[in-house]
Design a protein around this ligand. Structure first.
Ligand code: UDP
Length: 237
């Protein structure tokens, strides 16, 4: 399968058409951005690391009954995915207080939650992804009611599967962002699951092993991503 035409270039990935109209190639770059694009940089080898992490997690989710856009990883920076129409919604699942939630609620990072929190954001770079709720989704026609219900239920199932997966590898899944899309009438998990879009803390030391190391200039960014890759590859099932 070869990359034909570039159809979209995002912050961390580029999408190309292929000879198969149903399939795209998602190319993982080393570029990193934070603070709504105001902070820009490169994390050495990130594209290769994230492609491997995401491929491993998508395969694992598929084995556990979650439908994803993942098809194959033919190259170290390339993932073959099913072509989807993406819902313009970012779904954030939170198990522990961190990031924007800590700020919004005036709480310390690391505070426990009585329940998992699920948040919705409108996917719009120029607007800085504003937070929305279910009635915004309906009122603006971002998804149908039954689609949103399925998306939310799937996000919570993914949280249960991945929290356990990471816990078994000595890592706390603090929070993460998911995107979903429609492919031939079916809702699939899209995008990527990597340290760019997840908060992952070492269970023993609570050390941050994710993009917060880049956002907050904590150093050893590549090392943290590599450590996560090593952990997700453990017990190879
Ligand atoms: N996240 C993301 N893309 C975004 C916003 C958030 O991948 O545009 C992820 C982020 O990495 C974290 C979770 O979603 O794992 C929650 O992020 P938060 O709302 O705390 O925002 P942040 O402080 O990271 O901007």
């Amino acid at each position: 399968m070869t990359k034909l035409e570039k159809i979209y270039e995002g912050k961390a990935k580029t999408l190309y058409t292929t000879e198969d109209p149903d399939l795209l190639i998602q190319y993982f770059k080393d570029d990193a951005t934070a603070l709504d694009g105001k902070k820009k940089g490169v994390i050495h080898e990130k594209g290769k690391i994230n492609n491997r992490i995401s491929s491993r997690l998508f395969r694992y989710l598929e084995k556990n009954g979650i439908k994803t856009h993942f098809v194959d990883m033919p190259d170290e920076r390339e993932m073959v995915v099913k072509k989807m129409t993406i819902f313009p919604i970012e779904v954030v699942v939170r198990n522990i207080v961190a990031g924007s939630l800590a700020k919004r609620m005036g709480m310390e990072e690391g505070a426990p939650l009585k329940e998992t929190i699920l948040e919705l954001y409108y996917k719009s770079d120029p607007l800085g992804d504003p937070m929305i709720n279910e009635s915004h989704v309906m009122a603006f026609g971002l998804a149908k009611k039954d689609e949103l219900t399925q998306i939310e239920n799937t996000a919570l199932r993914i949280n249960r599967i991945l929290s356990k997966f990471f816990d078994e590898r000595g890592i706390i899944l603090v929070d993460f962002k998911l995107e979903f899309g429609l492919h031939k009438g079916e809702i699939l998990l899209g995008d990527e699951i990597t340290p760019d879009g997840c908060r992952l803390w070492d269970k023993e030391t609570l050390e941050k092993m994710d993009k917060d190391r880049f956002r907050r200039d904590l150093g050893n960014v590549e090392e943290a991503y590599k450590m996560i890759l090593q952990k997700v590859m453990e017990h190879g099932n």
